[in-house]
Design a binder for this molecule. Structure first.
Ligand code: SF4
Length: 411
């Protein structure tokens, strides 16, 4: 077990393998994977998607290799890809051999649909000779039917047993560049299967909730399963299986790891208050516009959008930068200290300008950039005006409490 600096979680120690230039397992950073949805034979289209995925934070990309044209496409894609490429193989072991010939950095085999031991061993032997890793990708929906019958249906034990059977074939040909997944679309089942698997193997584990579905439900399901396991120290690489543009998968994976403190922040972490009776702007609109403005900017900062200057700067004082509304103005603050006042319609532009400055010059330079006493005085003015107008009880909870007490005490 190794302990992360940034969280209290204990990561289970696994063996380390290589997928091209990316290390998986051991103390390697947890990697993000996704899969292209183009025809792999469409080399230019697939490469475009691979580049978009890499830009969104994807470390490893998988492409289907379902026919000879796809295998030939891989031969052209692999040398031009910015990230390692894994070929996804179902049913036809010859496609795995073709993908290896194309130079892929990894294979994914489904033990539920490539069943003949001699075929599995032929692929593993070839991968061994080339130093290419294989993921044993057990999938609840395509479990080997004999295991399904033996266990009376789809169970965690059946999925783990499927992976172990495949491992035995690999061992027979002395192949151990392996990672394993036991995905199911049912979150508790998937969590149980991975927990069980991590007890019986030290090969790196690839986490995912299969067929999680469209947004936003798919994101919730996948996050519930993946995050639960990661916080138990289980998992070395992850994939969100969403019915969406794969770029969403890469973004989600990256954001999950960043929010758990398991990967260094690369993008803006936008926090925003939920708004309430005290809000002096449409917080949802400004937060959405800020999210869009920062979407493609590689700024590893936490930025806050707060609805009022009464509580905003204090509640978000840990943020690198924030803005709070008051009296038709935006009060910018850096680490909780007011630095500038901007018109309401310039709030998002001001955030982008200050975020860029902080990224380039640091927080101290930002605080020295202006005379903060002016901004602090203006913020205090608007804070006092808001308090005078709405009082301490802007959400009227005290009034409600008085009414509740009166109602419940009525005979
Ligand atoms: S008090 Fe101000 S910062 Fe807090 S939720 Fe309400 S509007 Fe947002």
């Amino acid at each position: 077990m190794t302990k992360s600096d940034s969280t209290n979680y204990q990561r289970k120690k696994t063996r380390q393998i290589k997928v091209g230039k990316v290390l998986v397992g051991g103390d390697a950073p947890i990697s993000v994977q996704s899969m292209t949805i183009t025809k792999t034979a469409d080399v230019e289209g697939t490469l475009q998607q691979i580049y978009a995925l890499a830009a969104a934070g994807c470390d490893i990309v998988r492409c289907t290799c379902n026919d000879a044209a796809a295998a030939e496409g891989l031969a052209k894609i692999v040398p031009r890809s910015p990230v390692p490429i894994i070929a996804d193989i179902h049913h036809q072991y010859r496609m795995a051999l073709g993908a290896l010939e194309a130079g892929v950095h990894g294979l994914r085999l489904n033990p539920g649909n490539i069943r003949k031991p001699e075929h599995i061993k032929a692929v593993a032997s070839e991968a061994r000779d080339r130093g290419v890793s294989i993921r044993i990708g057990v999938n609840g929906g395509s479990l080997d039917s004999s295991l399904y019958e033996k266990h009376g249906g789809l169970t965690a034990q059946a999925m783990v047993e499927s992976a172990q059977q495949e491992l035995k074939y690999f061992e027979e040909v002395d192949f151990d560049l392996v990672k394993i997944s036991v995905k199911a679309s049912n979150v508790p089942l998937m969590v149980e299967a991975y927990r069980m698997l991590s007890e019986v193997t030290d090969f790196p584990l690839h986490l995912g909730v299969t067929e999680a579905g469209p947004l936003p439900g798919g994101l919730i399901k996948a996050s519930a399963g993946i995050a639960t396991l990661l916080l138990e120290g289980i998992g070395d690489t992850i994939r969100y299986s969403l019915t969406a543009d794969p770029v969403e998968e890469a973004r989600a994976g990256r954001q999950l790891l960043e929010s758990l403190g398991l990967r260094e922040r690369k993008n803006v972490d936008l926090i925003a208050c939920p708004s309430c009776g005290r809000a002096e702007v449409d917080v949802i609109d400004i937060a959405q516009r800020a999210q869009a403005a920062f979407a493609d900017k590689k700024l590893p900062l936490q930025i806050a959008v707060m609805g009022c200057v009464v509580n905003g700067p204090g509640e978000a004082r840990e943020a690198d930068l924030g803005i709070a509304a008051g009296n038709k103005r935006g009060h910018l603050f850096v680490k909780g200290r007011n630095v500038a006042v901007v018109p309401e319609n310039e709030m998002v532009d001001a955030l982008v300008e200050w975020a860029t400055f902080i990224h380039e010059h640091g927080t101290d330079a930002a605080l020295k950039r202006v005379d903060t006493t002016i901004a602090e005085r203006e913020a205090a003015k608007d804070r006092n005006a808001a308090l005078a107008e709405k009082g301490d009880d802007a959400n009227h909870d005290q009034e409600r409490i008085v009414e509740i007490r009166r109602t419940v005490s009525e005979k």
